[in-house]
Ligand binder design. Structure first.
Ligand code: URA
Length: 185
């Protein structure tokens, strides 16, 4: 049976709402358990994601998989993973405000459909968008926020940990432990 999420993915696969549709290989809608308690929201697909059509399958994704396993004892298939924009920005540039706005209804519908208990936002774009703030991730992280009846846990983007090393990684670990507690685990 076609779920609401499947129908949304189908709709997104042909989306031309913004200029990113002109340069993508394919739409990277999201993946994982359709009713997951834990949902991750990243920034936007990179080259490997654009090639495979799946979120977080490059180096950042490998780190995310490792942290998920080590801190939550979970496989990615038990979570739902998506991004603020579903198409790769050329040369991995930042997504533009009009691209984020055009893609936002997909994210809102994913949140409603998956209905997770805890949302972990990875990096500045997802955290600022969902918390509706200009405050950066370094100041936002370290606590959880009420988010439409859910918990939102902002943390660094795994790419920042790959660049920034041990301190960033330690923060991500503690944020994921916070997410686990909020899931009741
Ligand atoms: N970075 C992101 O923000 N999302 C991905 O899917 C991959 C890398």
């Amino acid at each position: 049976m076609l779920t609401a999420l499947d129908a949304l993915a189908e709709e997104a696969s042909g989306c031309t709402r913004c200029a990113l549709s002109g340069s993508r290989t394919q739409v990277v809608f999201g993946s994982g358990a359709p009713n997951a308690d834990l949902m991750f929201v990243g920034e936007g697909p990179g080259a490997e994601e654009d090639r495979q059509g799946l979120p977080f399958v490059g180096r950042s994704g490998q780190l995310l998989d490792r942290l998920l396993s080590q801190e939550l004892g979970l496989d990615r298939s038990a979570c739902y993973i998506t991004n603020v924009v579903k198409c790769r920005p050329p040369e991995n540039r930042d997504p533009k405000p009009d691209e984020i706005a055009a893609c936002r209804p997909f994210l809102e519908n994913q949140l409603e459909s998956v209905d997770p208990k805890v949302v972990v936002t990875l990096g500045n774009f997802a955290s600022k968008l969902l918390l509706d703030t200009d405050v950066g991730i370094t100041r936002l992280r370290g606590q959880s926020y009420e988010f439409s009846g859910r918990h939102l846990v902002p943390t660094f983007h795994p790419a920042a940990a790959l660049r920034g090393g041990g301190d960033v990684l330690a923060c991500m670990r503690s944020d994921l432990v916070r997410a686990k507690r909020l899931m009741g685990g």
